[in-house]
Design a protein around this ligand. Structure first.
Ligand code: NAD
Length: 274
């Protein structure tokens, strides 16, 4: 089973399915990431604030898989935004990960009220220039924030990682991303497990002989999103990887489109995170 890759606007490629490690303790992370790598995941999504970069780095080194075969993302935490502090925080992340480059570095939240993200982005451009982040991008940026980046910088973000799942489909942002060749990456792709009892999704899952989690992840893949589901349970980590042997049909897609809700957000709202 091979995971498709999405070509980014800087020419690099990202595996469309990855493994996210938010809320996994540093002590449990090495085993969980080791398991994911054994199953076949080659894309790991962490962040400085998750407190598990060391364990992610350890698992990658101990896996015996060549570093160049793994796509590794980390993110700059909010308190470190600003030019010099970003450069310092990036060094600290590389040190913890025990690697000399990441594949993707993201600004975790825009914090529009702090007005630091342009300065931060200039530091990101320098990090990319140095080759220590192969690609740079954003997370939780709203349309207005993206417009500013595109207008005031010569360096385009490759990706925006945002909350996105069947209950919160983010049509406006996805359209904007598409127009500007920015890839859409879905965080909490399974709605943090809160949408797995939905009757529509259950019916689709039954019809395909798949689980609800697999149907949701398949929907993301067919929609063009990059996904990073999280689980610490080996059977579920495997289940979430086994989504390339079936296809949803037009009726399934129409039914899932109907699940979108204006109040469907589960996580934090970027407008208020500071
Ligand atoms: P998710 O949507 O991936 O859901 C994870 C939860 O769903 C698990 O804890 C488990 O309870 C359940 N689950 C997973 N697989 C299952 C299966 N096969 N069957 C049944 N239940 C299953 O939620 P998430 O962890 O919030 O998001 C995934 C990743 O996205 C994170 O680990 C992190 O890497 C990233 N993320 C980024 C941001 C950001 O601000 N950039 C915010 C949140 C998450």
């Amino acid at each position: 089973m091979s995971v498709p890759a999405v070509k980014l606007n800087d020419g690099n490629r990202i595996p469309q399915l990855g493994y996210g490690v938010w809320r996994i303790d540093n002590d449990d992370t090495a085993a969980a990431v080791g398991e994911a790598l054994k199953i076949g995941y080659r894309h790991i999504d962490t962040a400085a604030i998750y407190g598990n970069e060391e364990a992610v780095g350890k698992a990658i080194r101990e896996s015996g898989i060549a570093r160049g075969d793994i796509f590794l993302t980390t993110k700059l935490w909010n308190s470190e935004q600003g030019y010099d502090s970003t450069l310092k925080a990036f060094d600290a992340s590389l040190e913890k990960l025990g690697t000399d480059y990441v594949d993707l570095y993201l600004i975790h939240w825009p914090m529009p009220s702090k007005d630091l993200f342009m300065e931060t982005w200039r530091a990101f451009a320098q990090i990319k220039e140095s080759g220590r982040a192969k690609s740079i991008g954003l997370s939780n940026f709203r349309t207005a924030d993206l417009e500013r980046i595109l207008k005031e910088s010569d360096v385009a973000p490759v990706i925006n990682q945002i909350e996105l799942h069947p209950q919160f489909q983010q049509d406006e942002l996805r359209l904007f991303h598409g127009k500007h060749n920015i890839a859409t990456e879905a965080w909490s792709p399974l709605g943090q497990g809160q949408i797995l009892e939905n009757e529509t999704l259950k019916a689709i899952a039954r019809a395909h002989g798949k689980s609800v989690a697999q149907v949701i992840l398949r929907w993301h893949i067919e929609t063009g999103n990059i996904v990073i589901p999280k689980s610490v349970t080996p059977a579920r980590i495997r289940e979430n990887f086994e989504i390339f042997d079936f296809q949803l049909n037009g009726t399934d897609h129409d039914a899932i489109t109907e699940l979108d809700r204006a109040d469907g957000r589960i996580g934090r709202d970027p407008t208020t995170v500071a």
